[in-house]
Design a binder for this molecule. Structure first.
Ligand code: SAH
Ligand code: SF4
Ligand code: F3S
Length: 446
């Protein structure tokens, strides 16, 4: 049997696309493998968000060139595919830089993968079109047995933050219809999924065709999905503060299946920097937004993204970010050093922050956010939480799951718990994981 190896970098959207490419190849008779050396097709689903992410692709391609030659000598053909955001951004340039690549395919064209692979035997091919047809209509049914699954409901971004490549690599905001999403969600639940995370580059800008012919918003979509029997939990990511409206805030109080977790990137706590970033919100707007969310759902776990060292960021700007973080309090957060990206307005600026200063600021911000995360996690020790068990743990006799607040918990228990909600008493915290034991009358739902 032919085998396919698919590796994904970057965001959840890319992870979803990678799973769908595996579905496309599966329908063509390729079994999925996690051993690249036995793969007849290798897909690298790439990310362009920061320079380091994009550079990884070329080092990986270097290794694949050697592997492909070795397989060739043993009489096996290997097709090398570059997909994702680097494919979209660089297109044919990739073929020029990496002679080992057979196919370059963008995030909107991967349903064409079988045809592209077939024609690559005569000529190396590039497909980075934004086709008028909807790729989702051409994808085979999903095959997953995962307890927690991603489901793309929205793609693209119209926000054009000054640092970001996403509007260029993923195109304009487009939403799928409620009916298409519901059908995919039902198929996932039939396959064993109990938690679905609705994903989109700007998921809270979702506005898809509703069952009544009207436009449905994200809260309307979630209310609809919450009626699917067997679907225990809903989440969504990633959101932009400006699309966080009253209805969505209310959804956090009203939809029981919607988990108390919000990832809402703010990027900076300095109004001057936010303006230069073209974020179209200031710190005070964000702070007030969070106050309203916390009023609706007092226990919400708040997460965010931060960039340090945006061009022109001064010590005073960075101090504003530190004060902002101290004031708001985050359960978790991702921090990045600014990385200039070709084609974005910020990359044209000549007031770059020196690398050493970026590193210093990153360490200081991470230190503060880590302290907030440890304190947040430690608060759960002694309490009983509902854990959705997802998989077996590293040691036998252990299983691992997630709390409503998206914390990972390791417990002693049999694999038969996978796919169920169990009540767990948290006994201690590690740096990234909580450790718990099953509380009396453990099972709360199946
Ligand atoms: N659509 C999402 C996420 C976009 S990418 C959103 O708007 O929140 C994820 C994160 O990468 C961003 O939130 C930002 O913090 C970071 N990022 C994007 N471009 C970057 C760049 N050029 N340099 C450093 N970090 C960047
Ligand atoms: Fe990038 Fe900004 Fe769009 Fe997020 S909202 S994807 S950071 S342009
Ligand atoms: Fe990277 Fe593209 Fe996602 S640039 S973060 S894979 S949208």
């Amino acid at each position: 049997m032919k085998k396919a190896f698919v590796k994904s970098y970057g965001c959840q959207m890319n992870a979803y696309d990678a799973a769908r490419m595996a579905d496309v190849l599966g329908a063509e008779g390729y079994a999925a493998t996690d051993r690249v050396e036995e793969a007849d097709v290798v897909v690298l689903n790439t990310c362009h968000i920061r320079e380091k992410a994009a550079d990884k692709v070329y080092s990986e391609l270097g290794r694949l060139r050697v592997l492909k030659a070795a397989r060739q000598q043993a009489g096996h053909d290997t097709r090398i595919v570059v997909a994702g955001c680097v494919a979209q951004a660089e297109g044919a340039e990739i073929l020029a830089r990496a002679p080992t690549v057979d196919v370059v395919v963008g995030p909107q064209s991967y349903h064409n993968l079988p045809a592209l692979l077939a024609s690559s035997h005569t000529k190396r091919v590039v497909d980075t079109a934004f086709p008028a047809e909807d790729k989702f209509d051409h994808l085979p049914a999903r095959r997953t047995g995962a307890v927690s699954s991603f489901l793309t409901v929205q793609e693209g971004c119209d926000k054009f933050c000054a640092f970001c490549v996403v509007p260029y690599t993923r195109g304009a905001e487009v939403s799928r219809s409620v009916a298409a999403i519901r059908a995919e969600a039902e198929a996932l639940v039939r396959g064993g999924t109990r938690e679905i995370t609705l994903i989109g580059q700007n998921v809270n800008a979702y506005h898809g065709a509703g069952p009544d012919g009207l436009i449905a918003t994200l809260p309307a979509l979630m209310r609809e999905l919450a009626t699917i029997p067997g679907l225990l939990r809903l989440r969504y990511t990633t959101s932009h503060p400006n699309d966080m409206d009253e209805d969505l805030i209310r959804a956090h109080a009203e939809i029981t299946a919607l988990m108390p977790y919000l990832h809402l990137p703010v990027q900076s706590g300095s109004d001057r920097v936010l303006k230069a970033m073209n974020r179209k919100h200031d710190g005070e707007t964000y702070r007030r937004l969070i106050a309203r969310v916390r009023e609706a759902r007092p226990d919400i776990a708040l997460s965010s993204d931060f960039i340090v060292g945006f061009p022109g960021e001064t010590d005073a700007d960075f101090d504003d970010t530190m004060r902002f973080v101290a004031k708001i309090g985050f359960a978790s957060a991702y921090t990045f050093k600014y990385s200039p990206r070709p084609g974005t307005p910020a990359a044209e600026r000549d007031d770059a922050v020196p690398e050493a200063v970026k590193s210093e600021r990153l360490a200081a911000l991470q230190g503060l956010l880590d302290a907030q995360r440890f304190a947040y996690n430690a608060d759960f020790v002694g309490s009983v939480v509902e854990v959705l068990v997802e998989k077996t743990g590293r040691d036998s006799g252990q299983v691992v799951g997630k709390t409503p607040h998206l914390l990972t918990v390791q417990i002693d228990g049999p694999p038969s718990l996978i796919g169920t909600l169990v009540r767990v008493r948290i006994v201690r915290t590690g740096s990234n994981t909580l450790f718990g034991e099953i509380a009396a009358d453990a099972a709360v739902a199946a």
